[in-house]
Design a binder for this molecule. Sequence first.
Ligand code: ZN
Length: 152
Amino acid sequence: MRHFIVLLVLLGVCEGAKFGQLCSGNPTNQRRTSDKWGMGHYGAPRGSTRKHKGLDIKCQDGSEVYAPFDVELVRKVIVYNDPKKAAINNGIQLEGEGLCFKLFYVKPDKTSGRVKKGKKIGVMLQMQKVYPGITSHVHVQMCDGTNPTPYF
Ligand code: ZN
């Protein structure tokens, strides 16, 4: 039995941090699947050479965005260099549950300090203005570039 428990811990079954609700209107963190602009899973193709480095969680423009755990706000994130994408060129880097991660397309209320799980940290930006017809979403990206999907 003890070996079995050790195995579960090694597999991350017992201690996996799970993201709480990220966006108002999406209590189960439903993911963006596929739309005319692409797919939302980690590793999805982006053009011929790049890959999607995060996981996209559905979030309608203007929705409130919540802290998925008790978190520390680390800094503001600039998503794009392209001025045509200025409407959604904002995000925030967070730490919580031992994880460092970034949320893209969010206008943060503030960029330092601590916030309790479920409290508002910002507002979903107007993604339809830049990508008409896309499934509007918060992009979740781990700071080390690894796959965030196991945390959902
Ligand atoms: Zn994304």
